[in-house]
Design a protein. Structure first.
Ligand SMILES: Nc1ncnc2c1ncn2[C@@H]1O[C@H](COP(=O)(O)OP(=O)(O)OP(=O)(O)O)[C@@H](O)[C@H]1O
Length: 246
């Protein structure tokens, strides 16, 4: 569970986040959507423990955020793979930061997750020998392999073509379902927020804060039947976003 209360962040004198409140229940996915520069990445950096100077309270499973204590899976748009390490080593990197000794079971679990993301035959390749979608698969596998307390994704699929992007969204949900880790997913796309967010959180800023959180009945629904309802939520989101960008 993630609880953020009255969060404020400054870059020197610039107020990037102010009075931000967010709650993600255990096994929830909050899709965070908002205009460029409103503070989405800053919020993720606080949740990841990368920014540790802030006002307010950030709790992970009821304890103050502490990257030494909590396992935090972070997936970024640019994959964050080390080019000189092979797929298998890259996939184990997150876990290595947390555990000194990688055991046989860890390796078996890594093999299992890599197979689930369709990379069985790619263990020995270097990132430079992979497509964008394959690199993103490694990044996602790496986050799941560390069995994180929380999972954070910062526009992970925005660099991919439309088809690969849909494949990756499905694959993400597929792996996520067996693990149900509390997740914050940042995206620019209303469609992606409506597919991947159990709840959709709209942000404004700077300074960044939450303007609205909607329940999303279309979570995980690819073939939408109630088109009118879908469009009404989409329009609501667009209105909220347009209001912000005025
Ligand atoms: N290191 C920094 N120093 C000063 N200001 C910063 C720094 N990093 C970000 N900012 C500012 O803080 C605000 C929030 O930035 P952030 O990257 O969190 O926004 P974002 O919503 O993720 O944007 P985008 O959607 O374009 O990625 C922006 O106005 C940005 O210019």
């Amino acid at each position: 569970m993630i609880k953020v209360r009255n969060l404020g962040v400054y870059y020197d004198k610039f107020k990037a986040l102010s009075g931000l409140n967010l709650e993600v229940e255990k096994g929830g996915i909050a899709a965070v959507i908002g205009p460029s520069g409103c503070g989405k990445t800053t919020l993720l950096y606080v949740l990841a423990g990368i920014i540790n100077k802030f006002e307010g309270e950030v709790l992970i499973n009821d304890a103050p955020i502490d990257p030494r204590r909590h396992r935090i899976g972070l997936v970024l748009q640019d994959y964050g793979l080390l080019p000189w390490k092979r797929v298998f080593e890259n996939a184990l990197l997150g876990l290595k930061v947390k555990k000194k000794v990688i055991e046989k079971e860890d390796k078996e679990y890594a093999e299992y997750i890599l197979a689930r993301v369709g990379l069985s035959g790619f263990f020995k390749r270097y990132p430079g020998e992979l497509s964008g979608g394959q690199k993103q698969r490694v990044a996602i596998a790496r986050a799941f392999i560390m069995k994180p307390d929380i999972l954070l994704l910062d526009e992970p699929f925005s660099a991919l073509d439309a088809i690969t992007r849909e494949e990756m969204q499905d694959l993400f949900l597929d792996v996520w379902k067996s693990d149900s880790v509390s997740t914050v997913f940042v995206t620019h796309s209303t469609e992606e927020a409506m597919y991947l967010g159990k709840k959709i959180t709209v942000m404004t800023g700077p300074p960044g804060r939450i303007v609205s959180t909607l329940d999303n009945p279309f979570f995980g629904v690819r073939e939408v039947k109630d088109i009118e309802h879908y469009i009404s939520i989409k329009l609501k989101l667009r209105k909220l976003l347009k209001g912000i960008q005025k």
